[in-house]
Design a protein around this ligand. Structure first.
Ligand SMILES: [Zn+2]
Length: 347
């Protein structure tokens, strides 16, 4: 299987995150990408290549162009306006309720105001090289997509930073640009075919859902920890089924804590029937391995062998598959878990 990887991910190098009332070492860090690279590059079934450059057009086809513009300069603007600061995080978040009975407002002038305008939470600091790394993750995803369009049965993009929490106009949840949504939109809009995004990360991909919620050419299917207890808390419930012509093209499957291999794999098998019925011609997998039994921030109980079974099920769909890295925070096991899933898929 071809693997697309770029060392540009090393440029997004947070040393802290603000989470659960503390400032601590980030769960999302450069070691995640490097352990996956080490494990896959030691396995002759995987063949590495660098991404090609795709520019900002595919990003702005999905995101508000203001988000990309903001991220281009935000870290440096903060240094210039406020002072030296290794990692930049908002202090104030924009909410429509702040302007109740008024107009919705416009992007603020100050860097502090703009941070809260474009970001929705505190665990996603901007570092000096974040923008370049986020661009590299999009190029990685697009290059994996091109390999599949050119005839590979599947390809894996080792995207870091991940993408599925990034909405049309907001970054957060360790995500800046929505790599999977950018690929799915590009294929659906340029090839005129139906695409499904299958999101198996522990966390609901609120950004991907939001981007495609009213569309009938891209189906979004997510299996995740129930947002009644799990990030992102406000979205990801089973009754969110799509809107307008997209009604029926959004499927959320929330799981109880400690859900293990058999329940998880059976739920995936059920939903693959719905994907088949949708008539998709390509599948984009948002591959998170934070459903793993010893993940430090999640509470499902999928095992390394369970990941192989999931990959095998997706292989049985018979669709060309673009697999893109999302979460997974048991770093010691992250490489072998990715490997197991991809071997199941037929690497
Ligand atoms: Zn996750």
């Amino acid at each position: 299987m071809k693997v697309v990887y770029t060392p540009a991910h090393l440029l997004h190098d947070p040393h802290t995150e603000i989470e659960k009332g503390t400032v601590h070492s980030p769960f999302e860090h450069i070691g995640r990408g490097e352990i996956i690279r080490e494990v896959l590059s030691a396995d002759s079934r995987f063949d590495f290549q660098l991404p090609t450059q795709w520019g900002i057009e595919p990003i702005n086809a999905v995101h508000d162009s203001g988000l990309e513009r903001f991220l281009t300069t935000a870290w440096q603007e903060y240094q210039d306006a406020i002072g030296p600061c290794r990692e930049v995080t908002p202090e104030v978040f924009y909410s429509q309720a702040l302007r109740n009975k008024m107009s919705l407002g416009t992007e603020p002038a100050s860097i502090s105001g703009r941070l809260g305008w474009w970001c929705f939470e505190t665990t996603t600091p901007l570092t000096e090289g974040t923008y370049e790394a986020a661009r590299g993750a999009v190029d990685t995803a697009m290059t994996a997509m091109q390999l599949v369009l050119d005839g590979e049965k599947s390809a894996y993009g080792l995207c870091r930073p991940p993408g599925h929490h990034a909405t049309t106009s907001l970054y957060g949840g360790y995500c800046f640009f929505n790599n999977a949504a950018i690929v799915a939109h590009h294929v659906a809009s340029t090839r005129g075919v139906k695409v499904v995004v299958l999101d198996v990360d522990y966390h609901h991909g609120n950004g991907t859902q939001e981007i495609f919620y009213d569309r009938d050419d891209v189906m979004y299917v997510s299996l995740h920890g129930d947002p009644a207890r799990a990030y992102p808390y406000t979205i990801g419930y089973a009754d969110e089924v799509g809107a307008g012509k997209g009604r029926g093209s959004n499927i959320n499957i929330p799981f109880a804590a400690r859900t293990g291999d058999d329940v998880y794999v059976n739920a995936l098998a059920d939903v693959l029937n719905k994907i088949h019925a949708f008539g998709a011609e390509m599948i984009v997998v948002s591959l998170g391995l934070d459903t793993f039994i010893t993940d430090p921030i999640c509470d499902l109980s999928v095992t390394t062998d369970g990941f192989r079974r999931c990959g095998e099920l997706v292989k049985q769909l018979g669709l060309p598959a673009v697999v893109l890295q999302e979460g997974g925070y048991d770093v010691d096991k992250l490489g072998i878990n990715v490997q197991s899933w991809l071997v199941g898929l037929g690497a």
